[in-house]
Design a protein around this ligand. Structure first.
Ligand code: ATP
Ligand code: MG
Length: 568
């Protein structure tokens, strides 16, 4: 295609709200355009081209793995979501609206209900299973903070796939196939990624894995072991049981005056005790369906931090929110002196696993200026859960080597669902004995539009984008340095036609602009290679630029086609 005819509105202006390289370059390069600055984007010709490239890599690999593409209605009847029980649970991210007949609808943020509805009407027998159906379609989530451009939009393109099976074993086979397929997709796109164990959320179930594109700017903290394969989202990470070398404080159970000693740090200093033996008590309000809520005290060792997603799952809540000191005081809890032992009525207590049977502890007395010493949980029945965030340096649960943190962008998520949706929605099949059974499901997502941002986060420099081979909007750009020079122009046209005839996707920069201006655009757009036809033409040479590293080499005009064929 010809640059002079294409709509590529490049600009030097950095969008006000942009901090990430991908957001800045995708807008500055004229790939996307913000609509009203609220997580909505138009894809301009170049952006649409990249989106289609990524789309086709995803589609090719899925089709090869035996998945079948469908396209479901974006507008979803609310009734389906009421059937599954998610209409309430999903919260404000779900955009709800009515049609002219006052019927309730939503814009699909994900399509489990819709796909189950499709399958329950069409599949009756075990003979029709397994089935893996997917779509690459729009999703809408009314995100509280849409940001970072395509990374966290409100309307975005997702590949969502759902598989249906007659047994758990068969679903697990498909889950493994999808993991392998996703690895192929991310590898083809030129991404450095890690597959990590993920939080399965309130849905429960075991296997859930995320595909994390490794990038400093990633919103997710992931815990990785360098000695073995172990990796997990911090929301799901586990560690080898921790031991404390410091001596345990010997004391009989008693109430101790601790004036104004409110923090773990202060308490540790006051008693000269390792924080491991102190109990940290965090109060949260847990929110449930139909506006119901309760106050929960989460207690863990003073050396640990509360992992909120784990805490939220422990009480099966939709969300956890902070409570003010005043709200606490109203029910008789005093910030800085809270503890999980003597508690006001109606307050729920959840203890971290590491407190099970623990003794020699110090915790708040739920009384101003007092703590309890010599506290023991030996033999105490309570709600115990893993609530603690794994920290850097904690040991790997598999190989006992130190764990470290890194940052990732969640680009894909695969999930062993079981019968979470098929049961409430009545998606059953008749087994070999003619008995009705709920279908066993898996679900598999890829953030297709987010991938554009992820690719650029991993592949850019201070000048602009560096697209990977399979994601690039064009294979090659030909830059005619001075379009008024007939000889340069002629060679540009000839090479352009020849390479096109060979099936290469070429962008010919034939604009009447200065060379420096065109180069800046080349660097910003990030097409993997460029041929520059300039002054060296007199010596029978053109320049080949590799966008990655901006390396250049001179090549003889006669050799251009061969060299390009080797590289592209
Ligand atoms: P996140 O934790 O980033 O909000 P999620 O876990 O809610 O994502 P899933 O429900 O697993 O997302 O959706 C599947 C995929 O869709 C994600 O792995 C991600 O790549 C993509 N995705 C989710 N939310 C957005 C968004 N707001 N904008 C762009 N892509 C998104
Ligand atoms: Mg996810």
């Amino acid at each position: 295609m010809r640059f002079s005819k294409l709509l590529i509105p490049t600009t030097k202006e950095t969008p006000n709200d942009a901090t990430l390289a991908s957001h800045i370059y995708l807008v500055r390069g004229g790939f996307i355009q913000s609509v009203g600055g609220s997580g909505l984007y138009n894809f301009l010709p170049l952006g649409k081209k990249v989106l289609d490239k990524v789309h086709s890599v995803v589609k090719e690999e899925l089709d090869r793995a035996g998945c079948q593409e469908v396209s479901l209605s974006f507008v979803t009847p609310a009734a389906l979501w009421q059937e599954s029980g998610r209409f309430e649970k999903y919260g404000k991210e779900l955009l709800r609206f009515k049609d002219r007949k006052e019927n309730d609808f939503i814009l699909g943020p994900t399509h489990e209900e819709m796909m189950v509805n499709l399958v329950r009407q069409t599949v009756q027998s075990y003979k029709q299973l397994p089935l893996n159906l997917y779509q690459i379609n729009l999703k809408f989530r009314d995100e509280i903070r849409p940001r970072f451009g395509l990374m966290r939009g409100r309307e975005f393109l997702m590949k969502d796939g759902y598989s249906f099976h007659s047994s758990t074993e068969d679903m697990q086979r498909e889950f493994a196939l999808m993991e392998a397929t996703y690895k192929k997709i991310f590898t083809r796109l030129g991404l450095e990624f890690r597959v990590v164990e993920a939080d399965s959320g309130a849905i429960g179930g075991s296997g859930s894995k995320e595909f994390m594109v490794l990038a400093e700017s990633g919103e997710d903290t992931i815990v990785v072991c360098d000695a073995c394969e172990y990796g997990a989202n911090i929301e799901a990470a586990v560690r080898k049981e921790k031991e404390c070398e410091a001596e345990a404080p010997e004391a009989n159970f008693s109430r101790f005056y601790t004036p104004d000693v409110k923090t773990i740090e202060a308490l540790s200093e006051y008693f000269r005790v390792d924080p491991y033996y102190l109990v940290k008590t965090v109060a949260k309000r847990a929110l449930y369906d139909e506006g119901r809520s309760e106050i929960v005290l989460f207690a863990l060792r003073g050396s640990d931090e509360l992992q909120e997603v784990k805490a939220c799952n422990a009480v099966d809540a939709n969300d956890l929110v902070d409570i003010t000191e005043d709200e606490l005081a109203e029910i008789g809890l005093i910030a800085g002196f809270m503890g999980p032992t003597v508690i006001p009525e109606g307050v729920r207590v959840v203890l971290d696993d590491t407190l099970k049977d623990a003794s020699s502890l110090i915790c708040g007395a739920n009384e101003k200026d007092y703590h309890l010493v010599g506290v023991s949980f030996a033999g105490i029945e309570a709600e115990y859960f893993d609530l603690a965030a794994v920290q850097e340096g904690d040991l790997c649960p598999y190989c006992s080597k130190p764990l470290r943190y890194t940052k990732g962008i969640e680009a894909g998520h695969i999930f062993q669902l079981g019968t979470r949706y098929s049961e409430p929605l009545g998606a059953t099949f008749l087994d070999e004995n003619g008995k009705a059974q709920p279908m066993v499901m898996g679900t598999y997502g890829i953030g297709v539009s987010r991938l554009l941002a992820a690719i650029i986060e991993q592949h850019h420099d201070e000048k602009g984008c560096i697209w990977t081979k399979e994601s690039a909007p064009f294979d090659l750009q030909i830059i005619v340095s001075n379009i008024k020079d007939e000889e340069q122009k002629m060679l540009g046209e000839t090479l352009y036609e020849k390479l096109k005839a060979q099936g290469k996707d070429v962008l010919l920069d034939d604009r009447k602009e200065r060379f420096g201006f065109k180069m800046k655009d080349y660097e910003l757009l990030g097409i993997p290679y460029a041929i520059v036809i300039g002054k060296k033409l007199q010596d029978g040479l053109v320049e080949l630029i590799c966008r990655e590293g901006l390396h250049t080499e001179d090549i003889l005009i006669d050799a251009v086609i061969d060299v390009v064929n080797q590289k592209v």
